[in-house]
Ligand binder design. Structure first.
Ligand code: SF4
Length: 512
């Protein structure tokens, strides 16, 4: 899972090359000093929680007909300074925060990526191409392309470039390049690439393209900011980037839809591969997305409150059966807070913060190695003894994937004198691998794989563990069809190449 953003603004095009007859008035909302690259940077700041391994921005400048790229390992604030942002001139830009689920830690695997053949393209994506390895082999043997990275985006960009030109029987020039080229290319990508992917791409001297896989597994939203002179469009993984940058949310990019904003500011869109059943990732509402945003038009915060209401019902039943007797409800910060508030309301128990989060330590689930994850738990949470000692704690967490974080937290609470601990999880047990951009490609790594709730409780060292069931999740989120494959094993795409994906993932040196 990663964060992506793409911005194209006609005012920036005109600002650099103003027609003699037309003077552009600076807009109070978006003065000329605000470039697409600067906005991408600011957008990446609020998408940082989606990936903390690396980040990058690529812009395209119509004055020089050149791409400019700045990317590196680390957090967005560590990578970019004013000097680097100023190098990213132009009227359109895309940005990426990386959470490595494929590829290596090498600099060449950092997104966005570019190609100059058959013409200029820059691209960033969020997700995974499940059949990446066979497509990479095909590129090499049939097209004689030498891949330079271990990242599935490189395969995607090569195929997209090929399909863009194929429709025109060669390289389309400016007079023949139309939205039909893009529709055809995105349609063929949807037919070729198995997986979950949301993509933003710059086409040199043409405009910005955005699209999602036909099932809509990975998210992408569209916003606009208009003034009397022009419109600026923003595509992003989450609505929070739109809000932060002052864009009005227009809609989610639809599953299988191609959206193109040309350099004259015209927006064209078409669903090129419609599927009856779509499958947005349920984990966006449960864990990944920022609580202040919405996915699929559904508030993330409201979904988490609802998840807590459902968990509260299960907890009340357990109390009535005499299985648990909590006297305080406590969240694992931060994602679980809204759910814990709902549980406390349902049980009529005090809500207490017993664990304080150090905001400068990365989210432990998305750190690359087990060792890093275990260390991060110790560094990121500080216990409050007065709220823990002698208490029967009902601890609320959003999910247990590998169990690393939860086990450490339980041990910490016991060290600080907790009398008993029940852990309530606002997600059903993860028992199956994810091949769509979340980093658990091997089911064997999952705590709940092959274990009962009692066995999980014993392993964690708690008195009881309570999970939501799949129906609770559906009802609480209320978004209709969702991907829940890591819970129920019902994958929304073919998974023929999943064994190769998991094995190669390991060989490629990605996260384990
Ligand atoms: S398998 Fe799970 S984590 Fe992966 S996309 Fe589906 S719901 Fe999301």
């Amino acid at each position: 899972m990663c964060g992506i953003i793409g911005i194209i603004g006609l005012e920036h095009f005109q600002t650099r090359m103003p027609p003699a007859s037309q003077s552009i008035k600076p807009s109070p909302i978006n003065p000329p000093a605000s470039t697409p690259a600067l906005e991408c940077y600011r957008g990446l700041l609020v998408l940082q929680h989606r990936g903390q391994d690396a980040a990058g921005i690529v812009s395209y400048d119509n004055a020089t007909h050149m791409f400019a790229a700045e990317k590196d390992h680390g957090l967005v604030t560590q990578i970019f300074d004013q000097e680097r942002i100023e190098k990213l001139s132009g009227y359109m830009a895309i940005g990426h925060t990386r959470y490595a689920t494929i590829g290596t830690d090498g600099a060449s695997d950092i997104q966005p990526m570019m190609t100059g053949i058959p013409f200029g393209l820059a691209m960033a994506h969020n997700g995974n191409i499940l059949n990446y390895f066979s497509l990479a082999q095909k590129l090499n043997t049939e097209f004689r392309r030498q891949l330079l990275t271990h990242n599935d985006l490189e395969v995607l960009i090569h195929y997209f470039a090929y399909y863009l030109t194929e429709k025109s029987g060669g390289i389309p020039d400016q007079s023949t390049f139309t939205f039909d080229n893009i529709k055809s290319a995105v349609g063929q990508i949807c037919d070729t690439m198995v997986g979950g992917y949301a993509v933003v791409a710059l086409i040199a001297n043409e405009g910005l393209v955005a699209f999602r896989d036909p099932k809509g597994i990975r998210p992408l939203v569209l916003g606009v900011r208009a003034d009397e002179n022009s419109k600026t469009y923003c595509f992003a993984s989450e609505t929070i980037a739109l809000t932060y940058l002052g864009y009005e949310y227009l809609r989610d990019v639809k599953p299988g839809e191609a959206v193109f904003v040309s350099k004259d500011g015209t927006l064209q869109s078409a669903v090129v591969r419609a599927e009856k059943k779509t499958a947005p990732c349920m984990f966006e509402w449960v864990y990944f997305s920022g609580a202040e945003g919405a996915q699929g038009g559904k508030s993330v915060y409201a979904a988490r409150l609802n998840l807590g209401i459902r968990l509260g019902m299960h907890a009340r039943e357990a109390i009535m059966r005499g299985e648990i007797a909590p006297d305080v409800v406590m969240p694992v910060p931060d994602t679980s807070r809204p759910a814990a508030i709902s549980v406390a309301d349902a049980l009529k128990l005090p809500y207490r913060e017993g664990l304080i989060k150090n905001r400068y330590v990365q989210r432990s689930f998305i750190l690359g190695t087990q060792e890093k994850r275990e260390k991060a738990v110790e560094l990121k949470l500080s216990p409050i003894r007065s709220e823990i000692e002698g208490k029967n704690i009902f601890l609320v967490d959003d999910s247990i994937v590998r169990g690393t974080t939860a086990k450490k937290i339980v041990a910490m609470l016991k060290r600080y004198g907790a009398k008993s601990i029940t852990i309530g999880i606002t997600c059903p047990p993860h028992r199956h691998a994810c091949y769509y951009g979340i980093d658990f490609p091997n089911a064997g790594q999952l705590l709940a794989n092959g274990k009962s709730a009692d066995e999980i409780a014993a392993w964690l060292g708690v008195d009881k563990v309570l999970y939501l069931d799949n129906e609770d999740l559906r009802q609480a989120i209320g978004a209709g069809d969702m991907c829940m494959a890591c819970l129920d094993g019902k994958y929304p795409t073919e998974i023929e190449e999943s064994a190769a994906f998991s094995a190669q993932r390991h060989i490629a040196g990605g996260k384990k």
